[in-house]
Design a protein around this ligand. Structure first.
Ligand SMILES: *Cc1c(COP(=O)(O)O)cnc(C)c1O
Length: 397
């Protein structure tokens, strides 16, 4: 041991028997035993790490796990990248697969950030086209009308109206017209739905939500089936645009993934109970939940969703005033604009996530003044129902 406190290559830390849990490796760069080994790692001829922005043991471990979960059941392995946020995952993907002159076919009820990002790509010469993604004729008309569509970009279930699009059908159509199907699977998680198994080319996550599950960090992920698409398009953009995730967030998501299947079962069970309870309340005009038998997309849901997830929304008869009063009356549920945590979280789109969107546009997408979005948590169901009950009961008739 040298006297210098700056000595970094301590064999006691790096070469003893490994810890049981995947360690949190906080390092910006990695050491080569020799110049020959360095050359081999740089050339991709030997396994190993180079520089933190390209990869890191903790970051790569979580990317591989998410890829394995999304690709479960497929014959060939999938490829994963862990990103600094869900938005970084989306931006990396769209920049990697679209060029000037290309178009993106998508739908109006997207996550707000994704919607604004796709609008902003117009400055790079990439045009957005909206369609009713659940209407196959509409989608096919748009694809045949616009041969430059390179990506069909879909969220299902959608936010906050929980509409569901038929992934197998969209994948076939997209491929027929030479486009890729990119699916944001944040709301569902691979426990509920695996878009790659239904023909999607790329899956995106905001792991900030269910995968982390505890509201402790911002991160995202990209999973892709095709090796050439991954190596030649996605990986260079990931490395060069600076959207790679950090080890701390990777480590938090690794912890979250251990309980993801258990949590998704409980989220789904609780959300089903809440949806059925809300249906019986006369102050509630409509309930949107994929687990309700009269959901408008129930045939699609039956084909592609294994559980129904923890997200639901409902519309109050009293409109904006009722929506605001309901939010203020809640004591147990938390008013916050995120989703997918173990706690029950509630959002009023008209005054929160969608307040910047003109009212007529919002209404056209089913986002009414009295719409409430619930991310149903995994708490005791009685606690959730009691709180919703007292908040509804206190609303004027
Ligand atoms: C939150 C969210 C995003 C953005 O993810 P960040 O981690 O906040 O960057 C994208 N899509 C959906 C569906 C989301 O809910």
């Amino acid at each position: 041991m040298k006297l210098s406190s700056l000595a970094t290559r301590d064999p006691a830390i790096t070469h003893h028997n490994p810890p049981h849990q995947i360690p949190l490796v906080a390092a910006s760069s990695f050491v080569f035993d020799s110049i020959e080994q360095g050359i081999d790692i740089f050339d991709g001829q030997a396994p190993g790490h180079i520089y933190g922005r390209f990869g890191n043991p903790t970051v790569d471990a979580v990317a591989a796990k998410i890829a394995a979960l999304e690709g479960y059941g497929l014959e060939e392995p999938c490829y994963g990248l862990f990103c600094s946020s869900g938005m970084a995952a989306i931006a990396t993907t769209l920049i990697a697969v679209c060029q000037e002159g290309h178009k993106i076919l998508t739908h109006g009820d997207l996550y707000g950030g994704s919607s604004s990002l796709i609008d902003r790509l117009a400055t790079q010469g990439i045009q957005r086209i909206d369609t009713d993604i659940r209407n196959s004729e509409d989608v096919e008309d748009k694809l045949s009308e616009h041969p430059d569509v390179c990506v069909v970009y879909v969220e299902t279930p959608s936010n906050p109206t929980l509409r569901c699009a038929d992934l197998s059908y969209l994948a076939d159509l997209a491929h027929h017209y030479g486009a890729l199907l990119v699916v944001d699977n944040t709301f569902a998680t691979p426990i509920v739905q695996q878009p790659l198994n239904h023909g999607a080319d790329i899956v995106i996550h905001s792991t900030t939500k269910y995968m982390n599950g505890h509201g402790t960090g911002i991160a995202g992920a990209i999973v892709c089936r095709d090796e050439a698409l991954f190596e030649e398009r996605l990986k260079p953009v990931y490395r060069l645009y600076g959207g790679s995730g950090n080890a701390w967030d990777a480590w938090l998501v690794l912890n979250g993934l251990k309980t993801l299947p258990l949590r998704m079962e409980r989220h789904s069970e609780n959300a089903q109970r809440v949806a059925e309870y809300l249906l019986q309340r006369d102050k509630v005009r409509q309930v949107n939940y994929p687990g309700l038998p009269d959901h408008t997309d129930c045939a699609t849901i039956g084909r592609q969703m294994k559980l129904h997830g923890g997200m639901l929304s409902f519309d109050l008869h009293g409109g904006l005033e009722a929506g605001k009063q309901f939010m203020n009356r809640l004591k147990f549920c938390t008013l916050t604009p995120t989703l997918g945590d173990v706690d029950t979280l509630v959002l009023h789109p008209a005054t929160m996530s969608h307040r910047g969107i003109p009212r007529d546009v919002r209404l056209a997408h089913g986002i009414t003044d009295g719409l409430i979005r619930l991310s149903v948590g995994i708490e005791a169901i009685e606690d959730i129902l009691d709180d919703l009950d007292q908040a509804l009961t206190g609303l004027p008739a």
